[in-house]
Write a protein that binds this ligand. Sequence first.
Ligand code: Z16
Length: 660
Amino acid sequence: MAENGKSSTEKVPAAAHPLTENPTEIATDINYHVKLNTHFSPFKFEPEQAFFATAESVRNSMGGHFLYFVRDNPKHTYYFSMEFLQGRALTNAIGNLGIENAYAEALNKLGHELEEIVEQVINSSKKPVLVLNCIILMTGNGGLGRIASCFLDSMATLNLPAGGYGLRYKYGLFKQRNTKQGQEEIAEDWLEFSPWEVVRYDLVYPVRFFIYAVLYPGDATESGKLLRLKQQFFLCSASLQDIISRFKDQRGGYTWSEFPSKIAVQLNDTHPTLAIPELMCLPMEDEGLGWDEAWDVTTRTIAYTNHTVLPEALEKWSQPVMWKLLPCHMEIIEEIDIMFLAMVKDTRPDLEYKLPSMCILDHNPPKPVVRMANLCVVSAHTVNGVAQLHSYTLKAELFVVTSLYGPPSSKIRLTALLGGFGFAIQSSFADDANFQDEWASAKMASKRRLASNISCVTGESIDPNSLYDIQVKRIHEYKRQLLNILGAIDRWYLFQNYNVSVAEMLIPGSELSQHISTAGMEASGTSNMKFALNGCLIIGTLDGANVEIREEIGEEIFFLFGARADEVPRLRKYQENRLFEPDPRFEEAKQYIRSGAFGSYDYKPLLDSLEDVIYRYFRDRKRWLKMSILSTVGCGKFISDQTIAQYAKEIWNIQECRVP
Ligand code: Z16
């Protein structure tokens, strides 16, 4: 942008290298980057150089959109997340652009294999990150981080004027190694020479905080907690300052009341909640905006996604720590809380008894805390959960008082409302013998790929004809890995260092997958969708998105397991009163584990009748393949493009911005 207020982008230049799909032209372009890259000798063309040159070639062909966002000045969404779990940027970009074959052929002409180049990068453990639509990125550690990255991809796919803000951690997701002593975590240096990073030396904003060296600094210690809070504030403050400065650069000047019609901010869980007091604070301090105006701007800009209902997972910050670190923000939070309390007492005296759990500041000694989720619910214009059941639970149990802000239930939205996606595969194919054969060989190829990787990592060789049954989740009691392990005790192997690249092998390569959390506990689960989409059948409880997956693909192809959410409280009571009689096989299994004699045990009695059913199904090859195909066919609803299209329409109010 020009300094004098006139835009230098009236005439938008074309992207540096418009997308070509001609392998010869691509090869020339890659060669050009080999010669040009100052990091390497122009006479060397090993896989590492080839990777860089290829990445630069791809990157240069995707820069164009950004200019149109500046020219057309549409309303823009900014997705705030403390975590992005990107995976391999090059494979991802090439895949999403649909230029995989062209690049593979071009590299062949130059004596390289695309697959090998990508592997080379993994082996040297340099994880590239992808910059799309002006995005700052990093790696992270769970469903929440991965969803953030899927969403960025979908925003790009849908040509939405939208992007993300995150932190550039020095160390991303640690590498796991499992030893006899337990899990070892090894810091991963992934930032050296990323061809995807663009440093903007011209953009500097003052945030008075320190180095943010690690993701999830251990929060066992006070200093670890403080560092995490500083990271969160850093993200919110720097991002909002950048957004505000872009807003002010708009042609034709600006007024603060227009801010929410130009900008939507989505908070990925409560980690970036400080964006709320910061968006109040910045214009009040710097530009003398009044409280009411600032509150209006903030509440019309910010929306919040909740990712959990587990009380221990809802983020809380110590009031004394917050007062020490961010006194102005604490004053604002206190004021919001007072306003909220007064409003409830005024307008809904019948709900006053709920206030102790609904208010933002919990003053109860010995640990007065700020409840971040409550601050979000009170301040955001929209709150959404991540699966139907989860959103119902939010509305019914956790945040009842939000219905004050409009017609009951208007504030909390359901994320998965849209219908099917018009999938290329029709359900009529499911019975077709030829199609089944193709399906089976695709699955077999994925299983072989996975088996060879497992054998590299663990030394174990696996029969690709066996049933691949997978459960990949953070370890947590509610996810009940224990239940699965009881059944799998002498079949298990250690699969080390789970990450996006492993998932890309593991998920297509599996046929049966475990999603057996206690009903009502898992907000959504995301790998359940990925497994189902890849033709992998699911054993699952009626929890999180399992409910909708089962609805979409059909109950006959879903192995239902365990109690329903509404039965759980009764069963819990039962257990408390010692009326609950566990299956005798649990006792057997526990005794067996205690005995320590794993190897020779006959585990069959351990697997309940459900698994017997599953193995019977699995041996009926045609039937299994049909179920597998129907699983994929039914998964259109869970494509993140769908979800993002819905956010764009229902929460952000933004439109597609196409490159002509
Ligand atoms: C996370 O990955 C999730 C919730 C949370 O509070 C923190 C983290 Cl790091 C997960 C939920 O457990 C899962 O059910 C959900 O599918 C996922 O977030 C994405 O929404």
